[in-house]
Ligand binder design. Structure first.
Ligand code: ATP
Length: 292
């Protein structure tokens, strides 16, 4: 009994930590397949992916009864477009991505993918449709190639290489004598935060999901690393419906739509140019970041 209890307890602890930080969600779901906080409806059907349209309609949400976190949040992400979510720490940005993944059920409103309410579809099919590039990716003590192939274990080495190229890893790989065979992690090469996030992008691209969520790292990166991630993001976002939780506004100026959140509400929305012209919260955030 103890033997069974220890791993289950460990999984429970790991689940809570991962859910909070969105760290390596894929790894978690290969272990658990579903979230204990939500259950499939008895008549749940698999998601039928069409174009990859995301809709939040009048979503209200609280993690617990004491405090409402999201207030009447509505927005649409058109297929193959990019929406960025910005706002102060604690505004509710990551919560939106957690709800799209259905880590939690909402209090009222609807979250739809291609017109299907995610509360009525199977969690496994929902999670197959969404790839997440977390803020901080956990790499296995194995080769770089293995770490990318983990996105889709039956992918060929050619497909792994193509994903690495799309994630702008070629330069980095060409500097390593063993290329994709290079061992990383505690027992291998230590790689930078920026390189790690590009490995995560390659992994997620290989998974081949129509919807992508990027959780931009809050930690500062040097401008070279930031540019490399930016190019990798931009390339990955092509032909995907993409949601970016952004901390640096410079990374999202080309987004099709920017949602500005404050205390769980969308207070402004538009393109970078439109929001600057409004001269409101976004324009103030932009000005503040220019001064930094
Ligand atoms: P940051 O930029 O710092 O990542 P954020 O805008 O992504 O912030 P969220 O993580 O979405 O903010 O959190 C929104 C609010 O919900 C915060 O007040 C936070 O304290 C609260 N919150 C987040 N996770 C939980 C949880 N598991 N239980 C209770 N409250 C939570």
């Amino acid at each position: 009994m103890l033997q069974l209890y220890v791993p289950l307890n460990f999984l429970g602890v790991m689940y809570r930590e991962l859910k909070q930080s969105l760290v390596d969600v894929d790894k978690m779901f290969t272990l658990l397949h579903s979230s204990p906080d939500v259950t499939d409806a008895v008549d749940a059907v698999d998601l039928h992916m069409a174009q990859g349209k995301i809709e939040f309609k009048h979503v209200n949400f609280s993690y617990n009864q004491n405090r409402q976190i999201l207030h009447d949040v509505s927005f649409t992400v058109a297929p193959n477009t990019t929406t960025a979510i910005v706002g102060k720490s604690g505004a509710g940005k990551s919560t939106l991505s957690r709800l799209l993944f259905r880590f939690y059920d909402i209090n009222s409103g609807e979250v739809l993918i291609d017109g299907q309410n995610i509360a009525h579809i199977t969690q496994s099919s929902l999670r197959r449709a969404i790839g997440i590039v977390p803020q901080d990716t956990v790499l296995f003590n194995d080769s770089l190639g293995y770490n990318i192939q983990y996105g889709r274990p039956d992918a060929s080495m050619d497909e792994v290489r193509a994903a690495a190229t799309a994630a702008h890893l070629d330069d980095f790989l060409s500097r390593l004598p063993e290329g994709l065979e290079t061992a990383v992690g505690e027992r291998g090469l230590k790689i930078s935060g920026g390189e790690k996030q590009r490995v995560a992008i390659a992994r997620t691209l290989l998974k081949g999901t129509p919807i992508l969520i990027f959780d931009e790292a809050t930690s500062a990166l040097d401008s070279h690393a930031e540019k490399a991630i930016q190019s990798a993001f931009d390339e990955a976002a092509q032909n995907h419906t993409t949601l970016i939780v952004a901390h640096r506004l410079s990374t999202i100026i080309h987004a099709d739509q920017i949602l500005v959140m404050d205390a769980g509400r969308i207070v402004e929305r538009g393109t970078h140019g439109e929001l600057l012209a409004q001269n409101g919260t976004y324009a103030a955030m932009w000005a503040a970041q220019q001064d930094e």
